[in-house]
Design a protein around this ligand. Structure first.
Ligand code: MRU
Length: 354
């Protein structure tokens, strides 16, 4: 089965798989400029923290490609403005801010080169960020396999899968590697209301890959755990603070509380570009609020009364005390996370971060 690629760089444009149409249709749209990719991220045509970072890196290149700049200073000014623009697309995923800052730093470091040479390096850096993601996810998968056993029953939430990265996903990486090695994991997939990333995306990609996946509604997670049917919970993350508090899709907090209640290991997959060690704890993580129609309507049909008040936060924060381990590409951090995350962040690894 061909790998499901959520995005493809052609050298002068980016093809984006429209995730809003999945699982009904696999349709790619081609973008040639920054604004197109900005809108693609904002509208959730593409989503998932690592993929947002990759798209933003390409957008930084497309934002200056084929434009003429009188000198390097004007180029740098434009690159900084473009970063600010892209950073407004979505507020929670750290990878977006990490990727745009990495491109700004690259231009600053190479300011002595000719303008066309700097732009060429921006293209190469965006490609590097994209390629690193594959290594990061594979590595996360390998670390996961050191704490999992063949035949385990796993539970995941939202889509921290191949569709949220370039390959393998983060929380799903051990599922794909496990499949290559005949580990026969069985996976419960939370539907993930209100945007249904679990039902539409994770169920789709795992099923397509032939992994044993069972879809459940979010409010069934406690029941399957109470039956003893879940050996470990694996989720992704959008931003992780210095103390290990982890923001991920709304509903992850519930799972972390349930995991603690039932004594089930709760692992958070976190590429180091998702770490935000400048934030002391999860209270400082910006949480996106989305349109109430995601709750009042289902498939375009109103399912709640006109005029009802709606609260629709897209993410919540699982407190560090509920987390068994934070699985990065450089190893697994265990409590106390202040120390272990800092040590891992300083280690060299495939993210160009070390
Ligand atoms: O709103 P989304 O779909 O971008 O949210 C995605 C998630 O919360 C994922 O779990 C997270 O980004 C990790 S993806 C490897």
């Amino acid at each position: 089965m061909e790998a499901l690629l959520p995005l493809r760089f052609t050298g002068f444009s980016v093809l984006v798989l429209d995730q809003r149409l999945l699982p009904r249709e696999e349709k790619y749209t081609e973008y040639f400029d920054l604004e197109g990719l900005y809108e693609s991220i904002r509208s959730m045509e593409l989503r998932g923290a690592p993929l947002i970072g990759i798209a933003a890196a390409y957008a930084m290149f497309l934002g200056v490609k084929n434009r003429s700049f009188p000198n390097q200073a004007v180029l740098l000014e434009t690159v900084k403005k473009n970063a600010e623009r892209l950073n407004q697309a979505r507020p929670t995923a750290k990878n977006l801010f990490w990727a745009t800052a990495r491109l700004v730093r690259l231009v600053e470091r190479n300011i002595g080169l000719r303008v066309d040479e700097i732009i060429d390096r921006m293209r190469a850096e965006a490609v590097r960020i994209n390629e690193e993601d594959v290594e990061i996810c594979r590595s996360i998968g390998e670390h996961f396999l050191t704490v999992l056993k063949p035949g385990m029953r796993l539970l995941t939430h939202c889509n921290a899968g191949a569709l949220a990265t370039y390959r393998y996903g983060t929380a799903t990486a051990p599922m794909y590697l496990g499949q290559e090695r005949g580990w026969n994991f069985r996976v419960f997939v939370d539907e993930t209301r209100p945007y249904n990333q679990g039902a539409r995306l994770t169920a789709y990609e795992l099923h397509r890959a032939g992994i044993d996946a069972t879809l459940i509604c979010d409010n069934m997670a406690a029941m399957v755990m109470s039956k003893g049917w879940v050996d470990a919970i694996l989720v992704g993350s959008d931003r992780v603070a210095a103390n290990g508090d982890a923001a991920n899709k709304i509903g992850t907090l519930n799972l972390s509380i349930l995991a603690r209640h039932f004594g089930i290991p709760f692992y958070v997959a976190t590429p180091t570009p998702t770490l935000d060690l400048e934030l002391p704890d999860g209270n400082h993580i910006p949480i996106e609020e989305r349109d109430g129609e995601e709750i009042t309507h289902f498939l375009g049909v109103r399912v709640a009364p006109e005029g009802i008040k709606v609260f629709n936060p897209a993410f919540d924060v699982s407190p560090h005390e509920n987390i068994t381990g934070i699985v990065t590409e450089k190893g697994i951090a265990y409590p106390p996370f202040e120390l272990s995350l800092k040590a891992l962040a300083e280690k060299t690894g495939p993210s160009g971060n070390g």
